[in-house]
Design a protein around this ligand. Structure first.
Ligand code: ADP
Ligand code: MG
Length: 229
């Protein structure tokens, strides 16, 4: 067995209380092998983003355990958790979560700074250049299209060369040329041994993954592996 970089044991997440409670994630157990590429699919509102946020340590489960590289996220104090997130995980949010008052370049630089990486400016420009955004480096997110913001968010997620990339619908706003480029980049990252875990509605993206996990009502209802990955 290859080792698991992510392990979920009976993880549930409930938002709110009493009659207003929503169980977003219901008793999910899964292991994600190091270096694997997994797509999470399922209808809207069925807990995919919540699941990814629990894995990324951005939210805490109501029950169960989330383990990252052998340590339970819940047992880490805030400083340790921030360090793990900063160095090991790159997160691409469904709605980008870029800082609106910073330029594209500064958004990437902040990530580099949080990850303790030097040469922020040059590396930030280099990353933006990889996504065809060098001439947009001084633009604030509000001046960029959805697809451009998504690419800034992806550049930011890659800033610290993380082992694990968690991406929430990373092609949702990309045109077909940008999507094809991102798919090539994901192939490259996969070949370099990164662990890729992404929520997607896009069959072309899911087709490149080695494993497709289907989520419904907060539960895993199917888990399929194929070879091509
Ligand atoms: P998906 O990503 O599959 O569309 P989500 O994980 O965003 O689904 O949401 C799953 C369920 O949890 C939905 O019913 C949603 O309304 C609810 N939910 C998500 N985040 C919150 C929150 N912060 N507070 C309350 N309910 C939430
Ligand atoms: Mg979502």
């Amino acid at each position: 067995m290859s080792d698991s970089v992510i392990t979920l044991e009976c993880v549930s997440k409930t938002y709110g209380r009493g009659a207003a409670a929503t169980q977003a994630v219901a008793d999910v157990s899964m292991r994600v092998a190091r270096g694997s590429w997994t797509a999470i699919m399922g209808p809207s509102g069925h807990g995919k983003s919540t699941l990814l946020q629990l894995i990324g340590g951005l939210d805490r489960p109501s029950a169960g355990r989330v383990m990252l590289d052998g340590s339970e996220i819940g047992s880490l104090d805030a400083t340790k958790l921030a360090a793990v997130r900063g160095r090991k995980i790159g997160f691409v949010f469904q709605f980008f979560n870029l800082m609106p008052h910073l330029t594209a370049q500064e958004n990437v630089e902040v990530a580099l700074w949080l990850g303790g990486k030097g040469q922020g400016k040059a590396r930030a420009l280099d990353l933006l250049g990889r996504f065809g955004l060098r001439d947009k480096a001084r633009h604030q997110p509000g001046m960029l299209s959805g697809g451009q913001q998504q690419r800034v968010a992806i550049a930011r997620a890659l800033a610290n060369d993380p082992d694990i990339l968690l991406m929430d619908e990373p092609t949702g706003n990309l045109d077909s040329a940008a999507e094809a480029e991102l798919l090539d980049l994901l192939d490259e990252l996969h070949a370099a041994g990164k662990t890729l875990l992404m929520v997607t509605h896009n069959p072309a993206v899911a087709a490149r993954a080695e494993r497709v996990v289907q989520v419904k009502d907060g539960r895993i209802v199917a888990d399929t592996r194929h070879e091509n990955g």
